[in-house]
Design a protein around this ligand. Sequence first.
Ligand code: GLN
Length: 535
Amino acid sequence: MAKYIFITGGVVSSLGKGLTAASIGRLLISRGLSIRMQKLDPYLNVDPGTMSPFQHGEVFVTDDGAETDLDLGHYERFTGQRTSRKSNYTAGRIYWEVLKKERRGDYLGGTVQMIPHITDEIKSGIRALDEEGVDVILCEIGGTVGDIEGLTFLEAIRQIGLEEGRENVMYIHLTYVPYITAAGEVKTKPSQQSVAKLREIGIVPDALICRTEVDLAPEVCRKLSLFCNVPEHAVIVEKDVAHNVYELPVVLSEQGLDDLIMVHLRLARPPAKLDEWRAMLERLIHPQGRVKIGVVGKYSELQDAYKSIFEAIEHGGLAHAHAVDIVKIPAEELEDGAAAERVTSVDGLLVPGGFGGRGVEGKIAAIQLAREHQIPFLGICLGLQCAVVEFARNVCGLAGAQSTEFDKETPHPVICLMEEQEHVKDMGGSMRLGASVAHLTPGSRVARTYGTERIEERHRHRYEVNPGYHAALQEKGLVLSGKDKGGHLVECIEIEAHPWFVATQFHPEFKSQPLEPHPLFRDFIGAALARREEK
Ligand code: GLN
């Protein structure tokens, strides 16, 4: 039977709870434990798939096609392990299940209540991860202690502590210790209050991880220990990392967090093996050079909207021991033909996925510049669709070519809905989602990059390259170098007479990891470096 670690957050959101959980996951794996990670989100959306990136950042897609919280991306990148539909539950999904059971009559005339019906459903969602051979389930509770909607989740994890026995369950609370400039000191009161809020519900944290921008003096840690009722050696300081979030596992391990976990959960394992991780950090922190990659997006002002893309780009640099400077280029600013030098001055150009017409003409303009100026280009999902539109208009001479997502009346619907999407009415969970197999043309750039002709990558889209235009596009030199199992849907395109021009209908960024950079990002950055050296 698995043991449990629950991670809660206090005081404010955006403390990096997901990164902290992911780092703990890395430490446990480095100690030879088999783990599963999970995020519980107390909001009422059934999943984040319908939420705007303005609200929620990126939607992370799992192999089994779940649209999930971006923290699952951190989990996968830090642990090298795949997550699944079972790794993310929202309150909406929990309530949905309970209400379906109520309608079926499963509760046999009983009154359906928060406790025990909602809490039981939450517990069964957590325990669903207790599979054969799993040592520890690491479960992060979204939001902040004290939120009304989080109460049932806290109640559920309290009950698990009671049911499994305290030596099998560990509660870790992430809190914020602010530095008040005017007073010239750090304040522990918010942490005291958020721990008090936890204790009110019956959870006594076994460790306190303190997010802070400054060093915490021993007397501050002593005070936190005393007022929060946590042993002094279990007060861990998580100061902002100096260079990169991937330092976090090392920072936590150096303060003994993983030892503490071993002792509390009665797990005897050798110390964490972090050699490979440290070697990766070394390359990250001391790069041999830099390369400049432009990302033409719709949400350029947002940190989280392209999370996995930015990470995968960094991993691509890591593969060449180079740091990447990401230049965020707002797509709309390229629409009137101005600002072209913003595109031509980068070493490589990436156009990521997206929905809706805003900025699409800017993306198309950027792709034309990349194609004509021989700038290495990687297009992803909408990025592929824009590349096809650009090629159709400017190389095949199909004036007015467009995706029917943006113009239903276009004379040349080079991107369109396929039969199976035509009649879809529901917005949630109804796209082509999750991993599927693609076959790559032998000898193509993508086949050489992957080193194989059969790949599995994750999808999240409705529209496809219109099969009616495949021949016209190919005739003019667009190579359709990857197709789905059936051979009808385009998965990859490339242009041979270009230093590096590749686009994919799937999302390679979801599978990239710091210890295993994705081959497409590796070679894209490699091509960008070659261009830089030429310059
Ligand atoms: N909006 C496009 C589609 O639905 C592209 C989706 C994406 O880039 N993820 O097909």
